[in-house]
Design a protein around this ligand. Structure first.
Ligand SMILES: Nc1ncnc2c1ncn2[C@@H]1O[C@H](COP(=O)(O)OP(=O)(O)OP(=O)(O)O)[C@@H](O)[C@H]1O
Ligand SMILES: [Mg+2]
Length: 458
């Protein structure tokens, strides 16, 4: 959500809440003014009923000033409330305290009022708001006045009208103060909400900027790492090509000499086996070099359907003499049948040999190394496990990096796993090295697709 939309929503909510509070306050004010008017109407009614009784007692004659004043004095409060009488046929309104006043709006309301004592008490139309000037003309504070109206019919059939007018100054002041309180609390709370909202937004923006900078830094670091890796791989490719070129000449000489020797040692079975082994291994070296060169030139390995257990056994046989030399036990774990994989078996054997040799290097005499073929989630996994020195998580993360080695100079080149990884990647597989879980040692695994789900590299 964009920050400006959040701010707009907050402001809209605050305005809506403020408007609702202000409207409610106004409604309360009108209701209390209406109540105030009803109170005046009740007083006017009481006054009218007292006057009717007095009129009846005086035989229906018009009321004199003193009795009127006496009756009115029970209601009147100087400066706050006045009582007024409109006698039949009289002009203006007689004040209880003496004198008459002309208040046209009040006279008109009294003339038209249906607020008779005979009728059931009803507030509707029995109160009237007076203007500031009208209130002042009646000796009340020059603020809004509220008039309550009542009428009654005397025994002679004449209609008498009574009004009680009270200044609504106190009510109005109270309402104004309440409205001011609503506005003030609205302003304070909206100010607080906006201030905290802006603070939160600023903090969020800062965090977003920071997260963005971190993401950029991560991307740059990852790109740099990729470039360094690509650079090292290019060096590796060039190195492999150069070595292949240099090795081919002496290799040719070895093969030539061995072939010359072969017919001469036919009689000596031991020498014949040795010469055959030399020829077999040189052929193997030539095949591996050819396969490596294909990879280095960006070609695809020649794939054959191979039984994973045959691969595992062949790899173990290739390194057995090294294990025997240092007194480390090596074995394949007899597992259930695994589906065939599509691979260049020379290259994959070489990758497994590298894992086995690393395991051998990590073990002391008497150590154990196993190579197991497992079927995991429809994939074929070659798992080499050793009980050697183990590997730290940091070294495991860098183990397949070209030239990364923890071995002393002259002992390791740091190329074994890098080459194995390239081989495995060319077979659309994965290679991982990790500390063994719950036991001493290391676990290295190559995972390949079986032939049924193998998709060759595009
Ligand atoms: N089974 C293992 N146990 C402990 N450490 C290992 C194991 N396999 C790999 N490593 C670590 O990974 C590093 C890189 O291995 P890699 O095979 O690429 O190079 P190397 O063995 O050091 O050298 P080279 O293979 O050229 O002789 C090793 O130096 C070692 O620190
Ligand atoms: Mg190695």
């Amino acid at each position: 959500v964009h920050p400006s939309s959040i701010v707009a929503s907050i402001v809209a909510c605050i305005v809506a809440l403020g408007a609702a509070a202000y409207w409610d306050e106004g409604r309360e004010a009108s209701a209390s003014l209406a109540d105030f008017g009803r109170e005046q109407a009740t007083l006017a009614r009481e006054l009218a009923s007292a006057l009717r009784a007095r009129l009846a007692a005086s035989g229906g004659s018009e009321l004199g000033a003193p009795p009127l004043g006496e009756t009115f004095s029970s209601i009147e409060q100087p400066g706050e409330m006045v009582a007024l009488l409109r006698a039949p046929r009289a002009d203006g309104l007689a004040l209880g305290a003496g004198g008459t006043r002309r208040i046209p709006s009040l006279e008109a309301a009294l003339d038209g009022a249906r607020c008779g004592l005979e009728a059931p008490q009803s507030a509707a139309g029995c109160s009237l708001q007076l203007s500031h000037g009208e209130s002042a003309a009646l000796g009340l504070p020059p603020r809004m006045g509220m008039a309550g109206l009542a009428t009654f019919e005397a025994s002679d059939g004449n209609r008498w009208k009574v009004a009680v007018v009270a200044g609504a100054a106190r009510e109005r002041d109270r309402e104004r103060r309440a409205a001011a309180r609503v506005v003030l609390s609205f302003l304070v709370s909206s100010g607080l909400v906006l201030a905290f909202g802006m603070l939160a937004l600023r903090k969020q923006r800062r965090e977003l900027v920071l997260a963005g900078e971190l993401a950029v830094a991560d991307a740059v670091r990852a790109r740099d790492e990729r470039l360094v890796r690509a650079d090292k791989l290019a060096t590796l490719g060039a190195l492999a090509t150069g070595i292949a070129h240099e090795v081919s000449t002496p290799l040719g000489v070895i093969v030539g000499r061995a072939e010359q020797l072969a017919p001469k040692v036919v009689e000596d079975a031991r020498s014949a086996r040795a010469v055959a082994a030399i020829l077999e291994q040189t052929t193997r070296i030539e095949e591996i070099i050819r396969a490596f060169l294909t990879l280095a030139r960006g070609g695809t390995p020649s794939l054959e359907h191979t039984d994973p257990r045959d691969l595992a056994n062949a790899a173990v046989e290739l390194v057995r003499h090294r294990f025997t030399e240092v007194g480390v036990h090596v074995s394949t774990v007899p597992g259930s049948a695994a589906p065939a994989v599509a691979c260049d078996h020379r290259l994959l054997e070489q990758a497994l040999v590298n894992l086995l040799l690393n395991a051998c290097d990590a073990c002391s005499p008497g150590g154990h190394v196993t190579l197991e073929v497992r079927v995991e989630d429809d994939l074929v996994a070659f798992v080499v496990t050793d009980d050697g020195t183990g590997i730290s998580p940091e070294a495991a993360a860098r183990a397949t990096e070209p030239f990364f080695t923890t071995k002393p100079e002259g002992k390791g080149t740091g190329l074994g796993l890098a080459i194995s990884r390239e081989i495995v990647l060319h077979h659309r597989g994965t290679l991982e090295v990790a500390p063994r879980r719950g036991a001493r040692g290391t676990e290295a695994r190559i995972v390949l697709h079986p032939v049924s789900s193998f998709a060759p590299a595009p």
